[in-house]
Design a protein around this ligand. Sequence first.
Ligand code: ADP
Ligand code: MG
Ligand code: ZN
Length: 501
Amino acid sequence: MTAVADLMDYAEVIERFDPVLGLEVHVELNTNTKMFCGCENTFGGEPNTHVCPTCLGLPGSLPVVNGKAVESAIRIGLALNCEIAPWCRFARKNYFYPDMPKNFQTSQYDEPIAFNGYLDVTLDDGEVVRVEIERAHMEEDTGKSLHIGGATGRIHGAEHSLLDYNRAGVPLIEIVTKPIAGTGERAPEVARAYVTALRDLLRALGVSDVRMDQGSLRCDANVSLMAKDASEFGTRTETKNVNSLRSVERAVRYEMTRQAAVLAGGGTVTQETRHFQEADGTTSSGRTKETAEDYRYFPEPDLVPMAPTKEWIEQLRGTLPEMPAARRKRIQTEWELTAEELRDLFNSGAVELVEATVAAGAKPGDARGWWVNFLTQEANAREVELAALAITPAQVARVIELVASGELTNKLAREVVKGVLEGEGEPDEVVDKRGLKVVSDDSALLAAVDEALAAQPDVAEKIRGGKVAAAGAIVGAVMKATKGQADAKRVRELIIERVGA
Ligand code: ADP
Ligand code: MG
Ligand code: ZN
């Protein structure tokens, strides 16, 4: 049984304490093979089918470092503005756990491949916080334990446990921040924004599929509080495996309110790992934290040290893509967006599509409007991703061009887009097949105007008497008669001309 913890009101926490954060992010690399053997590196699969003597830790087996994983580690380090170690080694981190068949994890300890970097993180309102990176080191993932029979899926209360070693030996990079202080009430938001920025960066680098839901990106959140007059950091807790961006924010916030209540009640915070409960947003006590000494680290004797040359590092630097933060800034300037518009655009997941539509000749504002509004609605209605819609950026650009040239009204353009989505062909074909061109021929429009005026003589009279607003009814009738294919502005002009108002 876990007692319900006392919590302090958040505003009071902020009044009395300063939070300090430390974020540890594990990312699984998307290399073809595992870190130290040739086994396939894929998520899932029949249990224990991607295993060999090396990743099962059988006696006599020897590891070989995956060069592609080292390459990814260096690229991550460079993207995080880190120094790259000219020489470093793996270390054995010794502990026993059934999902780790070697009884040690091959990791890095005091010689990480990358260290001393930073990542600039943009908060929702545009404020930028620089998060300093302590190190990014290489290691391997463990297998997975499945606890059967209990209510919670945890080992407590389970009847038996099963082990799947498919994940054992999958390449991991652990990225650890320096303590993040001074963020005050925004600490939970900073934590989420940092993990988001890191995820976007790793995705841009193409080194991982960064799926928090599948565990290829995992975050442990360290939190401590300092009383306002304190000069040293308080004792931290480490909340493990928080599985979504939103949970990162919730877990930090919860720990702040829980620790504050403990401290205000005269208690002390225990240094321990804690588990985040998705269901109610609370954390519960895990195990008291080991210290480095408990792990009996020593240099891995079965692997040679790594000494990436300057040339190789520079060559890898040349492969770095435009960084997400720089890209955001460039897009905001080029497309003249407010901070809010920029955020909506990125949240919509349409950035690449809008870029491609602009590249195909559309104005940024038009391209953004189509993807973020109408096409997003269509995607939602069809329950598909925006990118999976059956329309290309070039086709959207063509529709935009037809509107700009006056050949389509916005309303007709939406019909054309629907036709394209239904597989009726290119925009121009849909226009022809569905007969959607704007009636721009004045004589055809005049006939419809005359007919509508004749049908509503009282309205015609009002307009003639100076009540120009009454023309709306006639415009409506003409639009109806032309099935919406008239340019409303031109129709209005013709009505006024006709009645001689
Ligand atoms: P561990 O081996 O315990 O996981 P790490 O050094 O890997 O330790 O990570 C600890 C994380 O917590 C780092 O991000 C570090 O900056 C941060 N940290 C250290 N001290 C504190 C503290 N008092 N409060 C909050 N975070 C801290
Ligand atoms: Mg750690
Ligand atoms: Zn293997």
